[in-house]
Ligand binder design. Structure first.
Ligand SMILES: [Zn+2]
Length: 405
């Protein structure tokens, strides 16, 4: 038995914007749709030559995860071509040649994708929201990421009052007249999720900032990159995250926090959602609606538990779905062990090209149907309850939280 959810509309609660790419080579397609690991630049920095052998090694790495094989099969089925990667890329290029807008509409239509909540902070430099709106046939509720702003302002070496003022003005404008629906932080990629709520005080923010500026300009730039843990920087990032959450409270907007795995820059030891407990349960932040983006994968049961005990905490399944391939069903199942049905959201972490959104939505629907079927067969939900839960998780929960039209 399989509950019938395949015609339901989908809102992608976490993804990234993309522009037209035109036709692409097989290698470029591989790089665009695969999980972002093993870039050429990363290995060239290790002193290796940028030659064919290295290129082939990295292409093999990207093409062999189960997710990638699944994407190729799914695209071949949709495009009605042979199952090899080369055949799929040729068929998609032919469709793009005939009209890229129509191709995007076809993919979105085939999986019922009607709304997106894109984190505009990746890729960098940022794509334009208005242009992205023109490129995709879906409602868009953009999210503003705080880290690029932090880098820009720290490197400007302003005095503290001006630094603080410019940070807050930028976030207020984003949530106000610029129409962003939420803020987002990737502090999990930087100094980790073990954020101390004590660092929300003005004094802590200021002393950390002053200490940071006493460093020489040459050491400051590299320090702001991935996974650098310097005590002053950690304290400053935590102060700024707290300020961002206070502004979310003021504007009634949700705060998205990256949790769980990411690309090679992630602070892997400090990405578990439970590390956020101290921050999220202080009275000052209990009222802030917080989304544990990626549901902390592979710690999704932990994220689901937090969505249960913390009244305003939510989670989504993005990134684990679709990039972990066969884990999709288990991710929903484990999240739904404790999470209330109105606090779990579908998401894909789709980026770069429309194929990742399409394959994500298809896999996201099938895995959800399987996970809910298990609950029906186990006598835990009725079929009607499971179908209702599916429409909430696939679209209604995100629509309400991010106020999508
Ligand atoms: Zn993302």
């Amino acid at each position: 038995m399989m509950i019938d959810i395949f015609e339901l509309p989908v809102i992608d609660g976490h993804c990234h914007p993309f522009g037209p790419h035109g036709e692409v080579s097989v290698e470029a397609f591989t790089d665009l749709v695969s999980f972002p690991g093993g870039s050429l630049a990363y290995m060239v920095e290790a002193g290796l030559n940028e030659d064919d052998a290295l290129r082939q090694e990295l292409q093999r790495l990207r093409r062999n995860p189960v997710y990638f094989r699944h994407l190729v099969t799914q695209m071949a089925e949709l495009l009605g071509c042979g199952p090899e990667l080369e055949q799929v890329v040729a068929a998609r290029n032919e469709a793009v040649r005939a009209g890229e807008g129509a191709y995007v509409r076809r993919l979105f239509g085939a999986c019922g994708l009607v709304g997106l909540v894109p984190d505009m902070g990746y890729p960098q430099p940022p794509l334009d929201v208005a242009e992205f709106r023109r490129h995709v046939p879906a409602s868009i509720a953009p999210v503003f990421r705080i880290e690029p702003l932090i880098v820009e302002l720290v490197l400007a070496r302003l005095d503290w009052p001006e630094f603080r003022q410019r940070f807050e003005e930028a976030l207020s404008q984003a949530l106000g007249r610029q129409g962003y629906c939420a803020l987002k932080s990737v502090i999990a990629y930087r100094t980790g999720l073990d954020v101390s709520p004590d660092n929300r005080s003005e004094h802590r923010g200021r002393s950390a900032y002053d200490a940071l500026l006493r460093r020489s300009p040459e050491t400051l730039g590299p320090l702001l990159g991935p996974t650098q843990v310097a005590p002053d920087l950690k304290q400053l990032r935590e102060f700024l995250l707290c300020r961002a959450m206070e502004l979310c409270l003021e504007y009634g907007a949700p705060m998205q926090l990256h949790t769980g795995i990411g690309d090679h820059e992630i602070n892997l030891g400090l990405c578990r959602p439970s590390l956020l407990m101290d921050l999220l349960r202080v009275p000052a932040f209990r009222a802030c609606r917080v989304v544990l983006v990626h549901g902390g994968y592979p710690y999704q049961a932990e994220a689901g538990y937090m969505a249960n005990v913390l009244p305003r905490v939510y989670c989504d399944v993005s990134e684990g779905v679709p990039f972990s391939g066969g884990a999709a069903r288990r991710i929903y199942a484990e999240m739904l062990e404790m999470a209330p049905l109105h606090k779990v959201m579908y998401g894909s972490d789709g980026l770069a090209v429309p194929e990742t959104y399409y394959v994500g939505a298809k896999l996201g629907k099938r895995a959800l149907a399987l996970a809910l079927d298990d609950l029906v067969e186990g006598g835990l939900l009725s079929t009607a309850e499971a179908e209702r839960a599916a429409s909430m998780i696939l679209a209604e929960n995100a629509r309400a939280l991010y106020r999508l039209e």
